[in-house]
Design a protein around this ligand. Structure first.
Ligand code: GDP
Ligand code: MG
Length: 440
C-alpha cells in the first residue's frame, strides 16, 4: 500500500483543505489496500464512505502532504471502528462465571482456552476449571487435560459417553460445589458452519447461560470472516472475539470485518502456539498492519503537535513577560476553537477530564468563544495591543462592529485583565510553570 498511496498522493497538490477530488483519488487506493488486506467487500464500502465523509474539507496540517493527511484520517477511522477501548474478559457475575468458547475446527479454541485459563489464574488470581465439550474428536478432551497440567489449571475429569450438554452441566455443578470462580467451556468445531453445529452451540448456551461467549477465529480467515462472525453472532450470540494466529502473515483484515459486522469487541489475540502467547487486543497494531504505514501516521501526529506546541510556547513566553495582549487572547481563542472547543482542550490536560462537565456547564462554550473573537476582531491593532485606550466611544464602535453590546465588550476586557494577571502570576514560576508544561 505504501508505494501505491504515495504514488497517488504525490499528485495531490498542497492546499489548505482536502478537496473532494483529492479524497476520491485517495479513496480508490485505500479501497484496494483494504481488499488486499482481506477486509470483506461490504465492510470496505461502509468504511470508505465513513472516511470520505470525514476527509473532505479536513484541514491539512502544515508540513505534511494531503495524502499523508488522508492516511491519518483512514488510520483514525480504522482505530475507531476496531474499538479503541480495551475490552477485558468480563467476570462481573456470580461465580462460577461460565465462559464458552466457540468457533470452527482448528481455529485455536482449545489452545486459547488454556491460554485464558492461565491468564485468569496467574494475573487475576481466579480459581479456574476447564472442561472440553468436544466429543467429536477422540483425543480432544485429553488435549485439554494435557494443556491443563501444563498451565497448572484443573480440568473436569473425563467420563466417556456423555453429550456436550451433559458435560457442560457437570462442569457447572462441579465448579459450584468446589468453589471455582470461573468455568471455561471448550466446545467442538466443524470444518465449516452448519446447522448441527449451531444447534449444538445453542443447546450448550441454553443449558449453561454463559456470561461470555467468545468466538475464536483465525486471523488468516479472509473474506469468510464476515460470514463466520455474522453466523455465530446471529445463531448463538457472541460477546467478544479472540483472534488467533496474529503471528502469521495475515494482513489483519479479518479483525476489521468481524468487528464491523458484529459490533462485538476483539478482546484478545493469540500470538503463537505456546500457552503464554496471548495478548490484549491493540487496535493500532492491527491498523498498522492493514495500512502498512504506521510511520506516516506518527509523522502527521507529530507535525500537528509541534505546530500547536510552537504557538503555545510563543504565547507562554509572552505571558511570562507579562505581555499577554488581546492579540494573544485572539490567537488562543482560535487555537481553542481548532482543538474542538474548551471541552476538548481541557480534556487533554491530565486530571481535568473530570472537570469537563463543569466547564461546559459554565458559559465558556464555543459560541461564547466565537463572540469573543468577533469582538477582538473589531478592534484596531493598536487597541488590541493596548486595551487601556478603550474608552466609552471606542467600546461603542467595537460593540456595533461585532454585533454585540457594550456590556459584552466590557466583560471580555475584564476577562482578559483577569487572565493577564493570572498569567503574570503563573509566569513567575518561569519555564517550569503550568503554561510552559502545556507547551511541551
Ligand atoms: P481448535 O480445533 O479450535 O480447538 O484448535 P486448537 O486449539 O486445537 O489449535 C489448532 C492449532 O493451532 C494448534 O496446532 C495450535 O497450536 C495452533 N494455534 C492456536 N492458536 C495459535 C496462535 O495464536 N498462533 C499460532 N501460530 N498457532 C496457534
Ligand atoms: Mg479443540
Amino acid at each position: 500500500l505504501s508505494e501505491k498511496l504515495s504514488g497517488i498522493f504525490d499528485t495531490l497538490t498542497r492546499r489548505g483543505a482536502l478537496s473532494e477530488s483529492d479524497v476520491n483519488a485517495a479513496m480508490r487506493e485505500v479501497r484496494r489496500a483494504l481488499l488486499e488486506a482481506d477486509v470483506a467487500l461490504d465492510v470496505v464500502r461502509d468504511f470508505t464512505e465513513k472516511v470520505r465523509a470525514q476527509a473532505v474539507g479536513a484541514n491539512v496540517v502544515k508540513s505534511v502532504t494531503p495524502g499523508q493527511m488522508v492516511v491519518k484520517i483512514v488510520n483514525d477511522v480504522l482505530i475507531e471502528t476496531l474499538g479503541s477501548d480495551a475490552s477485558p474478559i468480563d467476570l462481573s457475575a456470580a461465580p462460577p462465571v461460565a465462559i464458552m468458547m466457540v468457533g470452527l475446527q482448528g481455529a485455536g479454541k482449545t489452545t486459547t482456552t488454556a491460554k485464558i485459563a492461565r491468564r485468569l489464574t496467574d494475573r487475576m488470581k481466579r480459581k479456574v476449571l476447564m472442561a472440553s465439550l468436544d466429543v467429536k474428536r477422540p483425543a480432544a478432551q485429553e488435549q485439554l487435560a494435557v494443556l491443563g497440567r501444563q498451565v497448572g489449571v484443573d480440568t473436569l475429569p473425563i467420563i466417556a459417553g456423555q453429550t456436550p450438554v451433559q458435560i457442560a452441566q457437570r462442569a457447572e455443578q462441579a465448579a459450584r460445589l468446589q468453589g471455582y470462580d470461573v468455568v471455561l467451556l471448550d466446545t467442538a468445531g466443524r470444518t465449516h458452519i452448519d446447522e448441527p453445529l449451531m444447534q449444538e452451540m445453542a443447546e450448550i448456551k441454553r443449558a449453561t447461560n454463559p456470561h461470555e461467549i467468545l468466538l475464536v477465529a483465525d486471523a488468516l480467515t479472509g473474506q469468510d470472516a464476515v460470514h463466520l462472525a455474522r453466523n455465530f453472532n446471529e445463531s448463538v450470540g457472541i460477546t467478544g472475539i479472540v483472534l488467533t494466529r496474529t503471528d502469521g502473515d495475515g494482513r489483519g483484515g479479518a479483525a476489521l470485518s468481524m468487528r464491523a459486522v458484529t459490533g462485538k469487541p476483539i478482546k484478545l489475540i493469540g500470538t503463537g502456539e505456546k500457552v503464554e502467547d496471548l495478548d490484549d487486543f491493540n487496535p493500532q497494531r492491527i491498523a498498522n498492519r492493514i495500512l502498512g504505514m504506521g510511520d506516516i501516521v506518527a509523522l502527521v501526529e507529530k507535525a500537528a503537535q509541534s505546530i500547536d506546541a510552537e504557538k503555545a510556547a510563543a504565547i507562554a513566553e509572552r505571558m511570562r513577560k507579562g505581555k499577554f495582549d488581546l492579540n494573544d487572547l485572539a490567537e488562543q481563542l482560535a487555537q481553542v476553537e481548532k482543538i474542538g472547543g474548551l471541552g476538548g482542550i481541557m480534556g487533554m490536560l491530565p486530571g481535568v477530564a473530570k472537570m469537563k462537565d463543569q466547564i461546559s456547564a459554565s458559559r465558556l462554550d464555543d459560541k461564547v468563544i466565537k463572540r469573543q473573537r468577533a469582538i477582538i476582531l473589531s478592534m484596531t491593532r493598536e487597541e488590541r495591543r493596548n486595551p487601556d485606550m478603550l474608552k466609552a466611544s471606542r467600546k461603542k464602535r467595537i460593540a456595533a462592529g461585532s454585533g454585540m453590546r457594550v456590556e459584552d465588550v466590557n466583560r471580555l476586557l475584564k476577562q482578559h485583565r483577569q487572565m493577564a494577571d493570572m498569567m503574570k502570576a503563573m509566569g513567575g514560576a518561569g519555564k517550569r510553570g503550568p503554561m510552559a508544561k502545556m507547551a511541551q
